[in-house]
Design a protein around this ligand. Structure first.
Ligand SMILES: Nc1ncnc2c1ncn2[C@@H]1O[C@H](COP(=O)(O)OP(=O)(O)OP(=O)(O)O)[C@@H](O)[C@H]1O
Length: 639
């Protein structure tokens, strides 16, 4: 026999596009001739993809078939190219399928009793992953197919296909019909079949060598034996019958083996399934055991913790019980001691009653003494006032008014240059005690400018005047009386300027400054200032005159000064006036004026001073002070 050289008729890139290999040795057709299935493509790297790496990036998937028509009569090789590009992690038997070639034609030929000559399936139970794994090509080459020419009706021959790499059972496939068709059908057993490439090559033709029918060659001796054509025909029939019988036997044997294999496979599958179930159960049990172990460990740990805590608590409570027992013992002793003392107390109750009676009588005595003390105290204050009045009858002052004319003035006390601040305050201090006894007291200085009013009242830092000494005396006496009396002492410093009252302690530093500027910067205001001073002094003089003449109306409201001093001038108050005069001859008229004023003032007979138990006077003063503060605030705001 001889063969024609093989030639590629077409190479279909299943599921992919048409292309040509880089070295131009092979051109691939775009996927065509198929019926059914879907195209699938991948970007995965295909290992060991050999010469035709392009075709393994795609596949046709599903139950499908390829029908190549218009093929020229003759023999063809069909190569199938597979690769598992979908179930890349397996497992095995996820994709199992059969491939049939020309089976359609074969089924048609069944009626013609030619079935013996055709084997439909070229691949059965084909599992790519089981053979080569994922992303690795599997080629089935040289499936020989013949296309029958209707005119010659020559029966084709087949060749067993060989798969590379790995193995695949590939019985020969052949089809005889005059339609020029090659049919390749893919059918799934488990999952969907897939194919990546189909290559159809022209197979060399079998050429029948001329055999002389009348001459046969002996197998043993190679001698040529001449037979008649009838004999030859009989021999051929015998031989055919013999082979047919043998084929039948082998077919039956093959069928039995296939059945046995199938049974074995099925039982193996069942056993595997059973094994898998058992394995899963075992895994579950192991997991449960592991969980139980962990739970037991945790509980053991908890138990240990609880035990140790219990031991600690036990010790703690033992100590606590001991302590309590000790305490109970001590308390019992104390209890018995208290019982003894209670008995003693009960025994001493009569004595105690006597003592209570004695204390009560002492308390009533004390109350009597208190009443007597208050009476005595009131008497003492009266006597004190009388002593003060009796003291004030000493001073006499003579003023030369011109030539030998002399005018005499009488005052309670006349101070000479020898008398210092201590001497002056010695006469004022009894009034301080009167303040603490509850009287309204007014001490003021009067006199010509520059004669020493400020010196007398304020003094200098090294030699304090009446104001400071009065405060010292107030605090000293209130401290002395602290066991019997409690005093609240508050101080207000007010300025009466241009008929306006100003609270010097309450005003802010800024407004004080503005106030001073307002007073000094404006020249025209000097006159107004002098007029107001005169008005205040005049009003003070009028008040004193009215008091001296016991007038029914005392004009306190004529000036802010007299208004402010209303509660301290006259009525039930005690008033002390210092008059300062100048020793200079030039100031004579001013001196005489001051002394006359003082004489008038001295003539004022005030009512016997009354103790100011009623606080209404104080309330009035407070109200005036508040009013003055309000005026100051308004002034500040307007400035
Ligand atoms: N008894 C005194 N001993 C020593 N210095 C005195 C005495 N009296 C007044 N002076 C001094 O005389 C000066 C004037 O006295 P002072 O300022 O007290 O007078 P004034 O009557 O308050 O004056 P004005 O009415 O103008 O305010 C001051 O320097 C003061 O220290």
């Amino acid at each position: 026999m001889c063969f024609e050289s093989e030639k590629v008729v077409m190479f279909v890139n299943a599921g992919g596009e048409g292309s040509t290999e880089a070295n131009c040795t092979m051109s691939f057709m775009a996927d065509s001739f198929f019926q059914g299935g879907d195209a699938f493509q991948t970007g995965e790297h295909i290992v060991e993809s050999g010469d035709h790496s392009l075709i393994y990036q795609s596949a046709r998937l599903g139950n499908f078939c390829y029908r190549f028509n218009n093929m020229l009569p003759g023999d063809y090789y069909v190569d199938l190219h597979f690769v598992e590009i979908i179930n890349t992690y397996g497992p095995k038997r996820m994709r199992v399928f059969n491939v049939f070639m020309q089976d359609e034609k074969a089924s048609q030929l069944v009626e013609l009793h030619y079935l013996d000559y055709f084997v439909k399936s070229i691949l059965s139970d084909f599992d790519i992953f089981s053979i080569v794994g994922a992303n690795k090509p599997l080629q089935l080459i040289d499936s020989r197919v013949s296309v029958y020419d209707a005119r010659t009706r020559t029966r084709t021959r087949t060749r067993t296909p060989k798969p590379t790499p790995g193995h695949a059972t590939c019985p020969p496939s052949v089809s005889v019909k005059d339609d020029g068709l090659i049919i390749i059908r893919f059918e799934g057993v488990n999952g969907s079949p897939l194919v990546s490439g189909i290559c159809i090559r022209r197979a060399p033709k079998f050429s029948a060598l001329p055999v002389k029918r009348e001459h046969l060659v002996c197998k043993n001796c190679a001698a040529e034996i001449e037979v008649t054509s009838a004999q030859h025909k009989v021999m051929q029939m015998k031989s055919t019958a013999k082979y047919e019988k043998k084929i039948q036997e082998l077919s039956a044997q093959c069928q039995r083996k296939s059945d046995e294999c199938y049974q074995a496979w099925m039982s193996l599958t069942a056993a595997n399934e059973q094994l898998e179930k058992v394995r899963m159960e075992l895994d579950n049990k192991l997991f449960q055991t592991y969980s139980l172990d962990q739970t037991v460990d945790k509980q053991a740990e908890n138990l240990r913790n609880i035990s140790s805590k219990y031991e600690c608590d036990k010790k703690f409570w033992a100590v606590a019980i001991n302590n309590l027992q000790e305490k109970i013992k001590v308390m019992k002793e104390e209890h018995s001691q208290l019982l003894r003392e209670a008995h003693e107390c009960a025994d001493s109750i009569p004595d105690l009653n006597k003592m209570v009676f004695a204390v009560q009588s002492l308390v009533s005595q004390c109350e009597d003494l208190k009443v007597k003390y208050n009476e005595e105290h009131a008497k003492r204050r009266k006597l004190y006032n009388l002593v003060q009045e009796a003291k004030a009858k000493d001073g006499e002052l003579g003023i030369l008014t011109g030539g030998s004319t002399k005018k005499n003035f009488k005052f309670d006390r006349v101070y000479t240059p020898k008398d210092d601040q201590v001497d002056v305050f010695a006469d004022a201090s009894p009034l301080v005690i009167s303040v603490l006894d509850g009287y309204n007291v007014c001490i003021f200085a009067y006199g010509q400018t520059g004669t020493g009013k400020t010196f007398t009242m304020e003094g200098i830092e090294q030699n304090r005047g009446v104001n400071y000494r009065t405060l010292e005396e107030l605090f000293r006496v209130s401290k002395e009386r602290s066991e019997t009396f409690s005093y609240d002492i508050s101080v207000s410093v007010l300025e009466v300027y241009n008929e306006q009252i100003r609270d010097l302690l309450g005003a802010s530093p800024t407004s004080k400054k503005q106030w001073r500027l307002a007073k000094t910067d404006v020249q025209g205001d000097r006159l107004k200032e002098a007029q107001n001073i005169n008005r205040s002094l005049s009003a003070l003089g009028d008040v004193i005159s009215a008091l001296a003449t016991k007038s029914s109306h005392i004009p306190y409201r004529n000036s802010k000064l007299t208004h402010l001093l209303q509660d301290s001038l006259g009525g039930d108050s005690k008033t002390l006036m210092f008059v300062q005069i100048s020793p200079s001859e030039h100031d004579l008229s001013e001196t005489l004026s001051s002394l006359n004023f003082a004489t008038r003032a001295r003539g004022v007979e005030l009512c016997p001073a009354k103790k100011q138990i009623d606080t209404s006077e104080l309330q009035k003063l407070k109200m005036m002070l508040d009013k003055a503060r309000q005026e100051c605030r308004t002034k500040d705001e307007s400035l």
